[in-house]
Design a protein around this ligand. Structure first.
Ligand SMILES: *Cc1c(COP(=O)(O)O)cnc(C)c1O
Length: 328
């Protein structure tokens, strides 16, 4: 039997995750940012999870969850309702391990996304017209077929898996004092902040979200999970609710985020343009929020060694070409 982390996820769970997922993930580079905030003696670094397998960090959490299932559970397979980076990560890990994966999608999901999931060998199950319908189908598969639902963020194994990024940052930059973390459901921020602050509670963790539909930000203000209508944004991977029955990440973000700042669309676009121009990297809008935060005149925290988490690069080329035309 694999011990499961219970109510309190600790640094031990993150070390365990690190050992468990090692063969499946890359240790991604941390590089100095060029041309950003040319303050004397302050240095900004970029943690490049855009170079992770499947082009996002999501494989860390998905791998940690799926690898910790019992043989019986693995035989019955896994399911999820995310069609974004998490869905891709689940499909990828399931394929590598030879496990059945069913991704439940609503009829509104664009064909391009469905194709990329299908290419990874996952089964697609169409159900209803909304994300909620897809989610209900997952729980139906759990009850009827014994499949395991791999949640995108509110799961201790997923949180611990994402937290392995925090261990890598500590190794790569022991003097880190500030980390900017793109924030949606909060699995990433919860895990990374736990790893960093266990090493030194003074390390500052800043969540960054887009100005349009920042569900975690509004929930923190309200003191409970809120529901917002989704709006168009360049940071599409940050869309989605945090769940009315959120068990872990809301409390952890409440506890660990020193601040959450909201980035306007124009600064997200600037962040994408900056990565193209200075580093020759394509990144997605969600990842560019942490650069946007540093470009923002309102961000005036003092720091010596800051890290911006570059979380992924799954973006349509049309979007990149538009931004290149208008910004470069
Ligand atoms: C999922 C995701 C995030 C946010 O992670 P949460 O755990 O939901 O807060 C940030 N960036 C990218 C690219 C993502 O796919």
């Amino acid at each position: 039997m694999v011990r499961s982390p219970h109510e309190h996820i600790t640094i031990r769970d993150i070390w365990e995750a690190r050992n468990r997922i090692k063969p499946f993930v890359r240790k991604t580079p941390l590089i100095p940012a060029t041309g950003l905030k040319e303050q004397t003696s302050s240095q900004i670094h970029l943690k490049l999870e855009n170079l992770q397998k499947t082009h996002t960090f999501k494989i860390r959490g998905a791998a940690n969850k799926i690898l910790s299932l019992s043989e019986k559970q693995k035989e019955l397979g896994v399911t999820t309702f995310s069609t974004g980076n998490h869905g891709l990560a689940v499909a990828f890990v399931a394929k590598v391990l030879g496990i059945r994966a069913v991704i439940c999608v609503s009829r509104r999901v664009p064909t391009a996304k469905i194709e990329s999931i299908r290419k990874l060998g996952a089964e697609i199950l169409f159900c209803g017209n909304s994300q909620d319908d897809a989610e209900s189908m997952c729980y139906h598969l759990q009850d009827e077929k014994g499949m395991t639902v791999v949640k995108p963020f509110d799961d201790p194994f997923v949180i611990a898996g994402q937290g392995t990024i925090g261990l890598e940052i500590m190794e790569q930059l022991p003097r880190v004092d500030t980390v900017m973390i793109p924030l949606s459901g909060g699995g990433l921020l919860s895990g990374v902040a736990l790893a960093l602050k266990t090493n030194d509670p003074n390390i500052r963790v800043i969540g960054v979200s887009m100005e349009t539909s920042p569900v975690m930000y509004k929930s923190l203000k309200a003191g409970k999970p809120v529901v917002l209508e989704e709006q168009e944004t360049l940071a599409d991977s940050l869309l989605g609710g945090i769940g009315q029955n959120n068990r872990y990440t809301f409390q952890m973000v409440q506890k660990y985020a020193d601040d959450v700042i909201l980035i306007p669309e124009k600064d997200i676009a600037h962040g994408i343009a900056y990565m193209l121009r200075e580093h020759r990297f394509i990144v997605e809008g969600a990842a560019a929020t942490s650069i946007g935060a540093l470009l923002d005149y309102r961000f005036n925290h003092e720091f010596q060694e800051a890290v911006a988490l570059i979380t992924g690069s799954n973006v349509d080329l049309d979007v990149i070409l538009d931004i290149a035309h208008s910004h470069l």
